[in-house]
Design a protein around this ligand. Structure first.
Ligand code: PHE
Length: 545
């Protein structure tokens, strides 16, 4: 049976206490029958305890120390408690075991659950004289004081002057000690001491006058709870079969093994049934793992990785991509604008011309006036295409094959499929003879390698590409899922930087892919530090295929 050390101690103490008590009662019985002397009974009652003590010492019982203490204490109290004390109470046990009454009760309760002990609760009402009652105990009840203050009769007027009159006069009449007639108060009784007065001078709950005192609020009832602890037959059996009071050792130290001390220790039994604690290996965040997989795929496909700043001027985020200055995406409610400005690049006027008239290209531009101030305003990049265009400006000669995985920002209301920050995977390819077919080929190949078998393209629109498409992948159970945008950069985008070859470009949603691959219903889970989810997610999951 599983018992705590304290429960074992409690049992080990209860048993000899009970035995000693029984022996004591046995020994006292015949004596009390014949000799009615309490003194004699006391002497005899102690002997069996001494014997028990000696027995314990002889047998080197492990429970010896607490029991020895118990018996010593028992001897002390045995003097006072000659009447049978069948079960020791919790307060007494607490004293023996150097602990609190509450601890004893809680251990006894556990033992009771196991059928080894019984906890007997007794509540007793005692009466306590209140502060007011104490005052009257010293000075007498107000009616008594008043009664004693005059001889046979007194005028009501004079009696009213007495400090005890307020409370006393009513009681004088009620108790029938006086009658009041024509303004005179006359004694009509010799006012014998009442039950209430007896109870006040010696308060115990069952005194006849106590009720009266309680009613007058001169006494109050207090409940006291005492617990007695008894050992059951099973408990006795367990103690008799030998309880090892040593605490169990779960882990051996090398010292204990070397010195041989382990031989004297009580070792905890090894349980093959207990499930072990789960061990979680340190690992990458599942989302990071997916991002790294994508990075690896693109590197294997011959792309170079680029990175750039999160803060971009509107010029690179919008204008250089032929996004008109009054385009709705450039509104405050769609984009995070910063209270910051950036200088425009040297050839910015070529972009200005293209916006206003189309410049030297075949385009007619957007018309109107293109404002520098608007282009200088900084934003948290809304797409990584702002990096692709700067890369092209720095490398106008083919070939160019680059990608970027980075965080972008949009003023979205947060919901299960939208977060204001998310990752994009940007790709850009420039070479002499690349075409729309290559673009679709790259995307298909990439998605296949990521794990999506079926890929299709739907026509799309972006101000900076023509033609424009939206790639979609097939997901069982969901159907076709849109995963970003792609196209060939327009002349309006490439001309200002002297680029004369076709540029394929795309921007794909990474978090969307991660959601699909990880089977998440809520995008936000990717960004939450939910340790359990991350712990339990298998390493390098490759399920979507
Ligand atoms: N920048 C676009 C995607 C895109 C990139 C490159 C070309 C075409 C489209 C977006 O954020 O949705």
């Amino acid at each position: 049976m599983d018992l705590t050390l304290n429960e074992k101690k409690l049992l080990a103490v209860l048993k000899p206490l009970r035995d000693a008590e029984e022996a004591r009662i046995e020994s006292v019985k015949p004596i009390t029958e014949t000799i009615k002397s309490v003194e004699a009974a006391r002497k005899h009652s102690i002997n069996p305890l001494k014997e028990t003590l000696k027995f314990l010492e002889d047998t080197k019982n492990l429970a010896f120390q607490p029991i020895k203490k118990a018996i010593e204490l028992f001897e002390e109290t045995a003097e006072e408690t000659l009447g049978p004390m069948k079960e020791p109470d919790a307060a007494y046990l607490a004293k023996i075991m150097d602990t609190t009454e509450e601890a004893i009760v809680s251990h006894a309760l556990l033992l009771q659950d196991k059928g080894l002990a019984d906890l007997i609760k007794t509540t007793a009402a005692t009466c306590k004289i209140t502060e007011e009652g104490e005052k009257y105990r010293r000075e007498g009840l107000p009616e008594r004081v008043l009664f004693d203050s005059f001889d046979k009769s007194v005028t009501m007027e004079d009696l009213r002057k007495h400090p005890a009159s307020k409370l006393g006069i009513g009681w004088l009449r009620k108790k029938g000690w006086v009658e009041i007639k024509d303004g005179m108060v006359n004694k009509i009784s010799d006012a014998p001491k009442g039950d209430d007065e007896y109870a006040l001078s010696d308060p115990t709950a069952d005194k006849p006058g106590m009720k009266e005192l309680l009613k007058r609020k001169l006494a109050e009832e207090i409940e006291t709870v005492t617990y007695k602890v008894a050992i059951t037959e099973e408990g006795v059996a367990l103690v008799e079969s030998g309880i090892d009071l040593r605490a169990e050792t779960a882990t051996l130290t090398s010292d204990q093994i070397r010195t041989g001390e382990w031989r004297n220790l009580k070792l905890r039994r090894y349980s093959v049934k207990t499930p072990p604690k789960k061990i979680y290996a340190g690992k990458k965040h599942p989302y990071q793992e997916i991002i790294d997989d994508m990075r690896k795929i693109l590197l294997e496909m011959g792309f170079t990785e680029i990175a750039g700043e999160i803060v971009q001027s509107s010029f690179w985020n919008f204008d250089a991509l032929f996004q008109p200055q009054d385009h709705p995406a450039r509104e405050m409610q769609d984009t995070f604008f910063l209270d910051l400005e950036r200088e425009l690049p040297e050839n910015y006027n070529l972009v200005k011309e293209i916006h206003e008239t189309g410049g030297k290209t075949s385009s007619t531009g957007w018309g109107g006036i293109w404002r520098e101030e608007k282009a200088r305003e900084c934003v948290l990049r809304t797409h990584t295409t702002s990096l692709s265009i700067q890369l092209l400006k720095e490398n106008p000669e083919p070939p160019l094959k680059a990608f970027c995985i980075g965080r972008v920002y949009r003023r979205e209301a947060i919901d299960p499929t939208h977060t204001p920050e998310f990752e994009q995977l940007e790709g850009v390819v420039m070479d002499k003879d690349v075409s729309f077919r290559h673009l679709m080929g790259f995307l298909k190949e990439f998605y296949h390698r990521v794990g999506f078998e079926s890929v299709r393209f739907r026509p799309g629109y972006f101000p900076y590409t023509e033609p424009s498409v939206e790639p979609e992948v097939w997901v069982d159970g969901l159907g076709w899922v849109e995963l970003g945008g792609a196209g060939i950069f327009r002349e309006e985008v490439t001309a200002p930087w002297g680029i004369s070859y076709p540029v394929l470009a795309w921007g794909l949603g990474v978090s969307r892919v991660a959601m699909l691959k990880l089977g998440l219903k809520d995008l936000r889970e990717l960004y939450r530090s939910d340790v359990n989810w991350i712990r339990n997610e298998p390493v390098n999951r490759k399920e979507v295929r």
